[in-house]
Design a protein around this ligand. Structure first.
Ligand code: AMP
Ligand code: GLY
Length: 421
């Protein structure tokens, strides 16, 4: 089979790495890819949101299956365009992708179908939103409705901060159309959990649970980032609680969408907060999580092409996933300054040495090849994933490999999976 993967981050490197292990696969293309992906796949410099150009490429190269990593092409309708041309695609339609593309759409589905989530109110103007704050207690949770690359959620400790967040969306329009509608949501507390599942539109097959680290610095200090590390499994979730989340969140979401006439085919990812009153959905994503995928896929021992094809064909029946009991942790190596301003183009040393540590795979997130050398090319640069029989071993291996890698201004968290010990 010929496979096309869309995207350029660590998640896509992990997807290409896992897909390439399938005996069914003869050739992988990636659009646009990165310096690490280029070692496993042919990278092609097309715009990953130009869905017509992607479909033409897939037709030209007789691609058997296209796997979509990021949300933007999904929200832009890549699955619909491919389906119209008879091309197989792994990822939901534009209507289904609204679950991530519009937080108010997701809230409406959750409220209509009884899926546990925080209470929220929707506003399209600053005056009403600011007046509503007077009825609430701090802290305040403010969310831009549309896609904002992970930057559209504000947890404000007082009213001034909350009003500034509302202004940035509704008055200054910093997020463009994505911030023209804003949700003010109930503040929830508890540990967070990422639950990912394959869905064919009727049923779901959950993957193993994972947790990610969103803040830039140790002890969850600093700004929110795209993710600074992850681990799997998550010991605070018993299999009973996990089953409950599948039954009360994932299944009714897929069934609810189906009764709206929306067939959800792809990965459904629920960001869950385990509050003292039970699990509550914080958000849905319509794709694999980044960097959760880099800690989940190394644990998958069965072929990933099988569930992906089954999803694309709309029938998961008979598909089983097999997982190792080994645990996995992923440490993100970022450019100094990220998630704020940072410089790129620094040569990366020690990649080969790091890869020799047993159980370790180094996924590239923001790298490129320049004059034959791998250099930094993004905020999140590398993801060091390590399997181990327990978290102590996985942490030891991951940080041993991290110690072998160097680039100027490299920054990472030292406490990934520490709370799992
Ligand atoms: P989201 O993109 O909606 O997952 O939000 C990003 C992060 O903001 C989450 O991972 C949580 O840490 C935090 N967050 C989101 N919603 C809430 C909420 N209702 N209460 C408290 N924290 C939240
Ligand atoms: N790790 C969070 C996300 O992929 O959105």
């Amino acid at each position: 089979m010929k496979i096309l993967v869309i995207g350029s981050g660590g998640r896509e490197h992990a997807l290409v790495w896992k897909i390439q292990q399938s005996p069914k696969v003869e050739k992988i293309y990636c659009i646009p890819g990165n310096g690490g992906i280029a070692q496993l796949a042919e990278c092609v410099a097309l715009d990953p949101t130009d869905v017509e150009a992607l479909a033409n490429f897939a037709q030209d190269k007789s691609i058997d299956l296209t796997v979509v990593g990021p949300e933007a092409p999904l929200v832009a309708g890549i699955a619909d365009v491919f389906a119209k041309k008879g091309l197989k695609v792994f990822g939901p339609s534009a209507r289904a992708a609204e679950l991530e593309g519009s937080k108010s759409f997701a809230k409406n589905i959750m409220n209509k179908y009884g899926i546990p989530t925080g209470e929220a109110n929707l506003f399209d103007n600053y005056g009403d939103a600011a007046a509503f704050l007077e009825r609430l207690k701090a802290p305040y949770v403010i969310k831009a409705d549309g896609l904002a690359a992970g930057k559209g959620v504000f947890i404000a400790k007082d009213k001034d901060e909350a009003k500034a967040a509302l202004k940035s969306c509704l008055v200054e329009e910093q997020f463009g159309m994505a911030g023209k509608l804003v949700l003010i949501e109930e503040y929830l507390e508890g540990p967070e959990l990422s639950v990912l599942a394959f869905s064919d539109g009727k049923d779901v097959i959950p993957m193993v649970p994972a947790q990610d680290y969103k803040r830039a610095y140790d002890n969850d200090e600093g700004l929110n980032t795209g993710g600074m590390g992850s681990y799997s499994p998550v010991s605070i979730v018993t299999s009973e609680l996990y089953g409950q989340i599948v039954e009360t969140v994932l299944k009714p979401t897929i069934e609810g969408l189906a009764s709206e006439g929306i067939e959800y085919r792809g990965v459904l990812y629920a960001g869950i907060m385990l509050t003292k009153d039970g699990p509550r959905v914080l958000e849905f994503n319509v794709r694999f999580g980044d960097p959760e995928t880099q800690a989940i896929l190394p644990r998958l021992t069965s072929d990933i092409i099988e569930p992906m094809l089954a999803v694309a064909n709309g029938d998961l029946s008979g598909v089983n996933l097999a997982w190792t009991d080994d645990v996995c942790i992923t440490v993100v190596l970022a450019s100094g300054g990220y998630p704020g301003d940072y410089s790129t183009g620094y040569p990366i040393k020690g990649l080969d040495e790091a890869g020799t540590v047993e159980g370790v795979t180094v996924f590239h997130a923001g790298t490129k090849v320049k004059d034959g050398r791998i250099v930094t090319a993004g905020g999140r640069v590398l993801n060091v994933s390590a399997l181990g029989k327990d978290f102590e071993e996985a942490r030891r291996k991951a940080y041993e490999a991290v110690g072998k890698i160097h680039f100027d201004n490299m920054h990472f968290r030292n406490d990934i999976a520490l709370r799992a010990l």
